[in-house]
Design a protein around this ligand. Sequence first.
Ligand code: SF4
Length: 702
Amino acid sequence: ADDAPVATTCPYCGVGCGVLAKPRGPESAEIKGDPEHPANFGRLCSKGSSLGETLSLETRLLHPEIRGRRVSWDDALTTVADTFRRTIDTHGPDAVAFYVSGQLLTEDYYVANKLMKGYIGSGNIDTNSRLCMSSTVAAQKRAFGEDVVPGSYEDLELADLIVLVGSNTAWCHPVLFQRMVAAKKRNSRLKIVNIDPRRTATGQSADLHLPIRPGTDVALFNGLLNFLRHNDKIDFTFLENHLGHYAAAFESARKAAPSLPAVAQICGISEDDLATFYQWFAHTEKVVTAWSQGVNQSSSGTDKVNSIINVHLATGRIGKPGMGPLSLTGQPNAMGGREVGGLANQLAAHLDIENPEHRALVQAFWNAPRMPTKPGLKAVDLFRAIAEGRIKAVWIMATNPAVSLPDANAVRDALHRCEFVAVSECESGTDLGAFAHVNLPALAWGEKDGTVTNSERRISRQRAFLAAPGEAKPDWWIVSRVAERMGYGESFSYRSAWEIFREHACLSGFRNGGGRAFDISGLAELDRAGYDALKPIQWPVNVDYPNGAARMFCNGGFSFAGRRAELVPVVPKAPANPPDAAYPLVLNTGRIRDQWHTMTRTGKTSRLTNHVPEPFAELNTNDAVRFGIQEGMLVRLESRFGQALARARLSEDQQPGSVFVPMHWSGPYASRGLINALVNPATDPFSGEPESKHTPVRIAPY
Ligand code: SF4
């Protein structure tokens, strides 16, 4: 019936909940959780259920603009295409870059990646997923040979022990947390352990909270690996059958975490609590360890993730019901972006840019004139290259690096100096828009059509239920029309998201020798009606798994030669910048329950802004006394990079020596300064992910 709701997906976190949306005029909709979507079975959190109140067009960018002046689409597209063409002709393909987003749909991402890597011939396309889970990507590739999440959300309900590391799941992946709480009610054996320097809403509901010293995760999990070995809990049959190397990882764990008391001391927690955790882990078969940005956003994030994966591989607790490592991705389509190669060091279809065979394969499939032979620049380095004039033209899509990247003032400075900045955006008046030479109006959630992949490898359709407002267009359309104007018309003649999806699915199966997990060739023949009706499905989808796969690797089948995995030796490393006398506190930034990223949508409804109306700085009461700060006082935070104001909140949940500030306030909401202006730009050497959880700062009453 015409009045039937449209089944789509929530555009916020990586849980990827199904949503039923019924338009109520052009700027509002009735929103319900989709009871048939396997991510949420009808549940929604506060952000998802408020989606209908965030659809106003009042602040939308509805027409193309050049330097703030309304122009035709043809003028805007031709300006972008001509400027990129001229820059490439004069300075080479590495003088241009795209910076894209986990907010893009897979089809948008696919086309942008194809244009940059196959036609412009540079690796310089990176994504804000770099700030989110690239450490997990690097670690999964080191362990499994491919970026694969082995399990499913259902495992959280089948487990007897859930270990949540560096994750305030209750606020940042709320529907998953609701599923855990419901599972706990049904299963009295189920215990939840939260490992997090802060005691958050998640820690408050956990059976055990381990407030480890920031940055000591590797010591904790190395210690666990030792403990498992000493307690005869290692599955040597699994290791012998399915792993390449593993002895070195045991040896490095033995050296780095020699005893339980030593680990307790390194981590700054009680021996009793640590022993309880180790005992629970050792004696519970069904364990899921899930982690999020507290692990990823670190200068040793990749090692941290490998230390977690190691204990699951070593016990063979992987890919079986109720067991396995589970990365909780921050963004709605960070995973889809990974599948199409949206990171600067990837090709499409989980293939490697540095592998000549992979390059040749993708080049042949795309019929591409050129391919980069080396990875492009990762986010932080990419903006540094802009500041230094090595990149002269950048196109930023669906993200706001002027707010969200570390050392945000330096990023602004880089954008200010850049010869040409094109911005694809839904909103007008963002901090980024001020730097744009060309603003390209993109469709927003509710108007877009395509697919996303959530944290459990589940591909879901995002479907439009509102008409495109003004002259706004899909991101894939904007990229394709620029590609046509750059002279690549034949390869970018797409007229629908469906055509792009089919090509993407086809490429995933177009590989010599196979042996890689990401394969959705079973969806390559979908006709338009089939694509429109596509039900949520977990990849791989191919002849072996025609209905998708809930779990992988239970019987090996990894992606290294011989279908093997690796136990990666890891040693603890201190955060890049330690606190000192001048900057004695450690700043940790993160999300709050009711806001999303830079607030361009969630800032539109009082139902969400009422939860926390202004930026706050949460610190321990001892530190408050030390720095003369009282509850509710306005305080100035300062690092070597920048400063911002916030309202003091005193709490015993915050470790002495640390301060937490939410990351969201931007644009008209950020009159007191951006917190990311303070954040240090140190990055992980493998993943390039910034250390957003550990910046030395000082604090004083304002
Ligand atoms: Fe949306 Fe995440 Fe909330 Fe689900 S849990 S409704 S995906 S924000």
